[in-house]
Ligand binder design. Sequence first.
Ligand code: MLT
Length: 563
Amino acid sequence: MASAIRNDSTLRAKVLVPEKLSPDGLSLLKTSLDVDERKGLSADELLSIIPDYEALLVRSETKVTAAVLQAAKKLKVVARAGVGVDNIDVEAATKNGIVVVNSPSGNIGAAAEHTIALLMSMARNIPDASSSLKSNSQIFANSTVHLVGLIVARLAKGLGMKINAVDPYASSAVAASASVTLMPSLSVLLPTADFLTIHTPLIASTKGMISTAELAQMKSGSRILNVARGGTVDEPALLAALESGHIAGAAVDVFATEPPSPDSASAKLIAHPRVIPTPHLGASTVEAQENVSIDVCEQVLQILGGALPRSAVNAPLILPEEYKKLQPFVRLVEKLGSIYTQHYGSAENPLSNRSTFDLIYEGEISGMNNTKPLFAALIKGLTSPISNSAGLNVNIVNAELVARERGIIVNEKHSRDNPSHSYSSLITLVATAAKNTAKEGPEPQGHEYDQIISGTCSESQPLISRLDRFATSFVPEGTLLICHNFDSPGKIGVVGSILGKEGVNINFMSVAPVSKGKQQRTNEGQVYDEALMILGVDKAVDESVAKALVHEGGVLSASVVSL
Ligand code: MLT
């Protein structure tokens, strides 16, 4: 990821904060970024200003829709100061290569405390008692609290409660260490619960997870809490269960619609005499808001600084030390992909009719397990030179999706055999021929050949060491003119003079002979003497000049590669 953090104040990356966020985190951003705090933006206003921003920081109010993300051409990160990302269209963010980060643990302590506060209020009828001095005491000890999730367990245990839970992600060892008994399913858990509290995000599989059938399985007179997400408990079903008296009470901090519209099930729940409602207060402590603000602001700085965040919702987790080791190779692999498309491809067949690639890691780099950044760099390199990719920001967030959409298959191979070269690490891109796709040149008719580019890093600088059948060594930067020719006297002079006439200056030149054992032969067995001339030039070279090199200069083929 390229760095967007700049010292020059006229060029500083812009961050939009449309909700109230604790200043502790924002002050971290303000030294290097332009932070716009714009509370109360309408959906249309957000849509119209978002194209100016590289980062968007939200809590739960701002709806980060697909339309917003599509319009946000500069946006690199949406940061959610909190846990739930249900107000963000994560799929659309992924498609547009925008990282979504959250703060998975910054406020869970506060939410757990609020759950316990509501549980006690409900069990001890505190809201009514405080207004009417009427008491309806219950006894906690020996009650069973049932959790979907484990986070309230520690506090509930302190109240002398027995804790059962359903959590598909928790191991029984982790559960046991929190004195929680894991139950195999909701239907086993529900019938014996005195209190049920929900702690899951709102996703397709949790929407309405507690509805009429589940409530019917609960003990008569049991109580229910929701401090997680509105929508996980079906509100009309809960209202009906309260009305019938089957469920004795509910404490609800989150609603299907926030703020609830009049006459909605959410509004009816709030008004119900056996419901204790709070207005999404779970995480609203000063400490929790400081935590989430600092957590996500640090991640925004990481992303805009070119690093990977620690809590991305839509990108793989890569440890900073792993990412540092991979960095030079990320640049190398992107160049391999870009050279591939520009050298072998054509306007009609950008990937030269090939869609299956081997990416072979040899030497030290073969020991890296997490090579997702290299995969992403390859997809970026292969696709960015293609005109219909213009404006598409391919990165670790959306590389798999882009590859899938374009039918590109990459087989990553870690070769731990004795390397056939002296580089400490070598990466080779191979596009295997499905049929004869040779562009021009002396390929014997019907010969199917692999298109190969290899490279290494020398002191972090990418170097190309092989192009096709030719051993070479050049820095993949700037504009390159790659000419394939018969290795005969005078070729360099002819090419130099054609370029000179066009006012193109040659900065460097590398002549790459065909690798030993890779020579092509005629049907009569005669070896072709071929070479590649790789010229670094000082300006863009027109297609017409490349054609002139073939027709007047007698080279076999010429391609222009801009890196
Ligand atoms: C969260 O998802 O972090 C909590 O619900 C609090 C909030 O919405 O900010």
